[in-house]
Design a protein around this ligand. Structure first.
Ligand SMILES: NC(=O)C1=CN([C@@H]2O[C@H](COP(=O)(O)OP(=O)(O)OC[C@H]3O[C@@H](n4cnc5c(N)ncnc54)[C@H](O)[C@@H]3O)[C@@H](O)[C@H]2O)C=CC1
Ligand SMILES: CC(C)CC(=O)C(=O)O
Ligand SMILES: [Mg+2]
Length: 360
């Protein structure tokens, strides 16, 4: 029997529409093979939403997402909106989407594909075999804390303020996701914080330690974030599952991305307690290459595979999509970001065409 799914598409800005188009075509083809019928509804977010409606996250977009089985997001932002007031910035729309759908857990897998071990800026022997899952808290921490804003000191000087705070509830629910994730992997959890300086991090560490006895099969370690950044490039194979706060996770997952060869390869799943998840690449809207058919669509495609697995419970279709990505890479197709010396570089659309062939 055909399974029907309503999927909200948020192409956003920059390379967003290009990588989304490739992904939608692949999903359509996959649907025909696995008896899945996708109803795609496109909605506005980010700069394109500002241009059309004046808001980076129109209420109608949130509503459309809530009424969907799942949401595929590409990326938002661009030079054009870099100087608009913060409340109307594209990035504010993205944060609003995450908090509006209560997507507190962001899973960012960084896996080195053997085909791309030479595309990393690090040596093959350092990155080969790396398989890390970054579990990033997504609706708390310094991106959401109060007070925030621009204030004037008594001396009349401007002062910018953001606040990093976590409640026990916020820490416990992301730590639970991380422990459970580690249990399904190599059972090693590294919690990353800055507990040597920040009270918020000390609480984070205390809560992770308090929960550890309930997950006695998981080996727990702690690392300061500055060291974690260094260890990720020094010896990334020491990591299995990493759990960390919003800002640290944002930064560390971009570092982890470069182990894999390119940020253009890294998918993510943003999940809440219930309701649809949002599946999005780790990268941004890449305005420097937008509209030039240079974008790597594979992080977006792999995000769709995560959607099939986590939200739609279609593991066979997810496997087929991931296998097709491997085939495309095996056949030597490379966008510029994952090309090693001597590789022939193709565009986003050529990768899309190769992907459709691989799905035949
Ligand atoms: N989730 C989101 O929608 C995010 C949005 N942004 C926004 O994106 C805009 C650009 O931010 P940047 O800091 O430049 O980060 P970025 O991730 O967009 O780009 C960084 C570098 O990686 C390259 N790159 C990124 N994705 C690629 C892909 N799929 N294929 C090939 N190359 C790729 C870009 O060309 C650029 O050289 C900003 O407005 C930023 O706020 C940034 C990060 C996440
Ligand atoms: C653009 C920011 C709001 C977020 C970001 O960089 C990310 O989620 O990776
Ligand atoms: Mg980021």
């Amino acid at each position: 029997m055909t399974q029907n799914y309503r999927i909200t598409l948020l192409p956003g800005d920059g390379i967003g529409p290009e990588i989304m188009a490739v992904t939608v075509e692949a999903l359509k083809k996959l649907g025909a093979q696995f008896d899945l019928s996708f109803e795609f509804v496109t909605a506005l977010i980010g700069g394109s939403a500002i241009d059309a409606t004046g808001s980076p996250l129109p209420e109608a977009t949130l509503e459309t997402c809530r009424q969907s089985d799942s949401v595929l997001l590409a990326a938002i932002g661009g030079y054009k909106w870099d100087n608009v007031p913060r409340a109307q910035r594209p990035e504010t729309g993205l944060l609003g989407l995450r908090s509006g759908l209560q997507l507190f857990a962001n899973l960012r897998p960084a896996t080195i594909l053997p085909q791309l071990a030479d595309a990393s800026s690090l040596k093959r022997e350092v990155v080969e075999g790396v398989d890390i899952m970054v579990v990033r808290e997504l609706t708390g921490g310094i991106y959401f804390g109060a007070p925030k804003g621009l204030f004037t000191t008594e001396a009349g000087e401007q002062r910018g303020v953001n606040t990093m705070g976590y409640t026990v509830t916020e820490i416990d629910r992301i730590a639970k996701v991380a422990f459970e994730t580690a249990q399904k992997r190599q059972k090693k959890l590294c919690s990353v914080d800055k507990a040597n300086v920040l009270e918020v991090s000390q609480l984070w560490r205390d809560r992770v330690n308090a929960m550890a006895p309930s997950y006695s099969d998981v080996e727990v370690t702690h690392m300061y974030v500055d060291n974690a950044a260094m260890q990720l490039v020094r010896n990334p194979k020491q990591f299995d599952t990493i759990v960390t706060g919003n800002l640290f996770g944002d930064i560390l997952s971009d570092i982890a991305a470069m182990l894999t060869g390119s940020i253009g390869m890294l998918p993510s799943a943003s999940l809440g307690a219930d309701g649809p998840g949002v599946y999005e690449p780790v990268h941004g809207s890449a305005p420097d290459i937008a509209g030039q058919d240079k974008a790597n669509p594979l992080a977006q495609v792999l995000s769709a595979a995560m959607m099939l697995r986590y939200d739609l419970n279609q593991p066979a279709a997810a496997d087929a999509l991931e296998t097709a990505v491997m085939q495309v890479l095996d056949q030597g197709y490379r966008t510029g970001d994952i090309a090693a010396a001597g590789d022939q570089i193709v565009g986003c659309q050529a990768i899309g065409a190769a992907l459709l062939k691989a799905l035949d």
